[in-house]
Each structure stands twice: as C-alpha cells, then as structure tokens.
Ligand binder design. Structure first.
Ligand code: FES
Length: 189
C-alpha cells in the first residue's frame, strides 16, 4: 500500500534552491518598492526646489547713478515695492536730530542705513498698518508732515528715515537686506 504522504507535493527543500528563490523574491520586492517610492517622492522633492526664475527674482540689482539728490524711486523686489531715496544732508540731519524717546518705534537713523552710503535710504514700501503703499517717492506726491512718506489709507506719516511718526501704523517701514556691490549698484535680497 502506497504511503499517502508520498502523494503530497514535496515541501520546498530547506536547502539552497528554496532559500535562494524566496530571497530573490523578497529582494526583488524590496528593490521594486524602493524604486517605486523614489519615483513617487522625486517629483515631490523636485517640486520643492525653487525654480530658476524664482531664484533670479530673489535678488534685484539697481543702478543708483540715475537717482538725483532729493529724489526717490520705486523698484520691485519679490513682488513688493522698494523705496530708494537719495537723501539730502538736511533730510539726514533731520532724521538724526530726533530723540529716540519721541519715536513710536524707536530706531536710530544710523542703524537703518549703511555707514558709507547713508545718503541712500532703502525701505520696503509697504505701510505697516494694513499694507497700503505710501506716497512720497514720486515728484509731486505728498511726503507727509515729517518729509518722508505719507500713507493716505488711514493717515500714517513716516519721516526721512522711514520711521512712523504719526497715525495708526505701529512700526517703521522695514529695511530689506541689501548690499552695495559697487559705489553705484545695490543688490537687494
Ligand atoms: S494702511 Fe497705511 S495707514 Fe492704514
């Protein structure tokens, strides 16, 4: 009489062939899994890299040689207006004559400009109240009661250092990061 056990398929041998097949399947699965994960993640990682045009816009260079003493201009940096004013000596003196105790947001003028280029005042041109763009950069625009900028939205007055002097704005106009890369060229950002 035949042994019924002998009619059953033999279990996979515990030897080298069986182990090798299982290991191959396991490794293949892991390898495909890793590749699949990498393929899914790469577009995500790649999308997190700033695009070249975004990098180009993160800094803006501006040639100041065309700006006359007393004149202001507006340039765009990262989609925001930036005020550049070539201040007269009187405007600088006026800014420095103010006692810090009289300021809403105390800050020295000397700390808001660069030492060797302190005639140039460079500011983010966004009112710190609710974000309007103050007047005072173009000829014929009012500069407010303190000779700097005036925000007509709710009546904030900034001085010749861009400091808030009157009105609802709580803080001075922001000074952006910038570097002079020559006597006449400034890089903002
Ligand atoms: S947004 Fe400038 S005063 Fe309100």
């Amino acid at each position: 009489m035949a042994n019924s056990a002998s009619a059953q398929p033999s279990p996979a041998p515990a030897g080298a062939d069986g182990e090798t097949r299982r290991d191959f399947l396991l490794y293949s699965t892991v390898a495909f899994g890793a590749v699949g994960t990498a393929m899914m993640v790469w577009p995500l990682i790649d999308s997190m890299n700033p695009a070249a045009d975004t990098l180009a816009l993160s800094t803006t260079e501006f040639n100041l040689s065309g700006v006359q003493e007393g004149q202001g201009v507006v340039i765009i940096w990262r989609g925001k207006p930036v005020f550049v004013r070539y201040r007269t000596q009187k405007e600088i003196d006026d800014a420095r004559a103010v006692a810090l105790a009289d300021l809403i947001d105390p800050a020295k003028d000397e700390d808001r400009v660069q030492k060797d280029q302190d005639k140039y005042l460079i500011l983010v041109g966004v009112c710190t109240h609710l974000g309007c763009i103050p007047l005072g950069s173009k000829a014929m625009e009012t500069r407010g009661e303190y000779g700097g900028w005036f925000c007509p939205c709710h009546g904030s007055h900034y001085d010749t250092s861009g400091r808030i002097r009157k009105g609802p704005a709580p803080a001075n106009l922001e000074v952006p990061p910038y570097t002079f890369i020559s006597d006449t060229t400034v890089r903002i950002g």
